[in-house]
Design a protein around this ligand. Structure first.
Ligand code: NAD
Length: 304
């Protein structure tokens, strides 16, 4: 058996072309979505990520607001930059690129972001909304990688309803929020979350209909750990620098042998990564739509 590819690159391209139209419609209503980024210091990987996010934005018509601060910045200087983006109407959503310098309290900076402009969906208020699921509302940003995983399966014609899902990893960006998202009523999966404390990981993965590997351990999920025909998402990323000075290679959490066991598998790279980037754009456009609707409501009530 050879697994079918869950082609994140192709699906992300489709989502971007849909977004172009949504952005054009917003512009016609007088709102241009704008992504703000706060980059502190000159970490090369962070610079690449931020550049990539603005490039994605340009492709669909979203404006860019880039704030760069020196490595030596104080907590006050960084939170002031955050406050300015909170106030700036041209910025409809923004991210603070992590990691921040060691002397900075990351939690304090992230908590200072206006939850309505939280493009990553990782603000405590938005994670709290995901936990509470009040009235099954969906009018808030959801973390990009979990959302990308759910959307990729749906757009490939796969149904989460009633499936047994084994999420490997309880990290803050993937495993933990994904475990919550999959339990939402409209998605309706049964989820277990495995981690370093799990005894006999293979016993858990082998009985799952869907395995999501988000541990950051190369080759952690081997062919024998997956039920024949299962759907497998390879999320983990470990960068291996080339000794010959060439491009770094990416190692995923899923052993290539799983292509012979699984029914569906994400390539890595080219699977969950492009979906994560596309979902940042979706979060931005949705935030701009909410801000636009709120403004129109305000304008209408003033006229009355
Ligand atoms: P993290 O890196 O903070 O934590 C990793 C988790 O994996 C921990 O909960 C840990 O308990 C678990 N884990 C580690 N070794 C394990 C093992 N041997 N068995 C079972 N569980 C184990 O988590 P994160 O920030 O959610 O990121 C997870 C991975 O996904 C990382 O490799 C990250 O680089 C990658 N990632 C990929 C994308 C993408 O777009 N493809 C996006 C975000 C994160």
């Amino acid at each position: 058996m050879t697994a079918r590819k869950l082609d994140g690159k192709a699906v992300a391209a489709q989502i971007k072309s849909e977004l172009k139209e949504r952005v054009a419609a917003l512009r016609a209503r007088g709102i241009t979505p704008g992504l703000g980024t706060v980059l502190v210091g000159a970490d090369p990987a962070s610079e690449v990520y931020v550049r990539g996010k603005h490039r994605d934005c340009r492709e669909v018509g979203i404006e860019s607001l880039q704030v760069r601060l020196p490595q030596s910045s104080s907590l006050e200087q960084i939170t002031e930059a955050v406050a300015q983006l909170n106030r700036n109407p041209a910025c409809t959503g923004f991210i603070v690129q992590l990691p921040l310098p060691e002397h900075i309290d990351e939690e304090a900076v992230l908590s200072a972001v206006d939850p309505e402009k939280d493009a990553d969906g990782l603000h405590p208020v938005n994670l709290g909304r995901l936990v509470l699921d009040v009235d099954h509302r969906q009018d808030f940003p959801v973390p990009c990688t979990p959302r990308g995983i759910v959307e990729l399966a749906l757009r490939c014609g796969l149904d989460w309803n009633g499936k047994n899902v084994c999420v490997v990893g309880r990290g803050r960006t993937v495993g933990r929020p994904l475990t919550l998202l999959l339990q939402r009523h409209d998605i309706n999966a049964t989820v277990e979350c495995c981690h370093r404390g799990t005894r006999d990981l293979a016993a858990h993965t082998a009985r799952a209909d869907v395995v999501v590997a988000a541990a950051g351990v190369p080759g952690l999920i081997g062919a024998k750990m997956v039920k024949p025909g299962a759907v497998v998402f390879d999320v983990g990323i470990t960068r291996r620098e080339s000794t010959a000075g060439g491009k770094a290679k990416i190692a995923g959490d899923v052993d290539p042998g799983v292509w012979e066991t699984a029914g569906w598998l994400t390539p890595n790279p080219g699977g969950v990564g492009p979906m994560t980037r596309a979902m940042l754009l979706v979060n931005l456009v949705e935030a701009a739509q909410r801000q636009c609707a709120a403004r129109e409501n305000r304008d209408n009530s003033v006229k009355l």
